[in-house]
Design a protein around this ligand. Structure first.
Ligand code: CO8
Length: 258
């Protein structure tokens, strides 16, 4: 496995684990971290032996945002010509599902990174927000687009315009997180969710993720067309035959992932 300086990477069974590891900066996202995250996640994405990815940080912070110290003195020209976070675009386009396990701060780019994942499990210590307005900027990694889709336009507007943060319970009520768990159980629970996903048929999981993503990006009519096309195409897979045969034979399916 490649050597990285800002993340820890490990494979356990069919689950790839990526841990953000810049403790001195509360896992602030700098350009090196963005490109290492993209490289590690892409390597898992290319590996048929990996059926799900867990992305996590530390107990204190999932990620406290983009690295303010790295960005502060850049010009508008530099920010638009040399996007330091280009790697995060790659991350947001993975076909493998990603479970974000969020403890502590998920602010700014950290909240936006969590929203690029498919499932967000939050520890009861998690704090979410888009405080960029306090720095004289706005969210730049999807916060003004994904947050309103996740929690509604008015709640998102309040958070983005005031910079107020939400605790885990409020984030769960608002629909930003899949589930809140006690902090001590966060990683075990994230591992369990990822293992369940990784036990399913990989191409079917890719198809489900694709269709779910379409719900955020297209019209209802286009999304429904895509869903029904994909649904029909899955009948070409061995795993669909196996899944339905197993149901009829009252046994657990043995997916061969193709
Ligand atoms: N960037 C750089 N360093 C950071 C960041 C950050 N985002 N957050 C924390 N750190 C550093 C601190 O500077 C400090 O380092 P040092 O000890 O060397 O001074 C260390 O981490 C510990 O932080 P604190 O001492 O501040 O810890 P506290 O527990 O007192 O406070 C907070 C924790 C509340 C999380 C506080 O650190 C904070 O407010 N951080 C900034 C949060 C923030 O504003 N995030 C948004 C950043 S902007 C952004 O994400 C935009 C993304 C879009 C970019 C798109 C480009 C195309």
């Amino acid at each position: 496995m490649a050597e990285y300086e800002t993340i820890l990477v490990e494979q356990r069974g069919r689950v790839g684990w990526i841990t953000l590891n810049r403790p001195q900066a509360l896992n602030a996202l700098n350009s090196q971290l963005a490109s290492e995250l993209a490289a590690a996640a892409s390597a898992f994405d290319d590996d048929e032996g990996v059926g799900a990815i867990v992305l996590t940080g530390s107990e204190r912070a999932f990620a406290a945002g983009a690295d303010i110290k790295e960005m502060a003195d850049k010009s508008a020209h530099e920010m638009s010509m040399q996007n330091p976070f280009a790697g995060l675009e790659t991350f947001s386009r993975l076909r493998t599902p990603v479970v974000a396990a969020v403890a502590g701060y998920a602010l700014g780019g950290g909240c936006e990174l969590a929203m690029m994942c498919d499932v967000i499990l939050a520890a009861d210590t998690a704090v979410f927000g888009q405080p960029e307005i306090n720095l004289g900027v706005i969210p730049g990694l999807g916060g003004t687009q994904r947050l309103p889709r996740a929690i509604g336009v008015y709640k998102a507007a309040e958070l983005v315009l005031t910079g107020r943060t939400m605790d885990a319970a409020e984030a769960e009520r608002a629909g930003l997180v899949s589930r809140v768990v006690p902090a001590a159980e966060l990683l075990d629970e994230a591992g369990r969710v990822a293992e369940v996903i990784a036990s399913k048929s990989l191409p079917v999981v890719y198809a489900a993720k694709d269709a779910l993503r379409a719900a955020q990006q297209t019209t209802l009519a286009e999304g429904l067309r895509l869903e029904s096309r994909v649904f029909a195409s899955l009948f070409a897979l061995d795993d669909q035959k196996e899944g339905m045969a197993a149901f009829r034979e009252k046994r657990a399916p043995e997916f061969r992932h193709r």
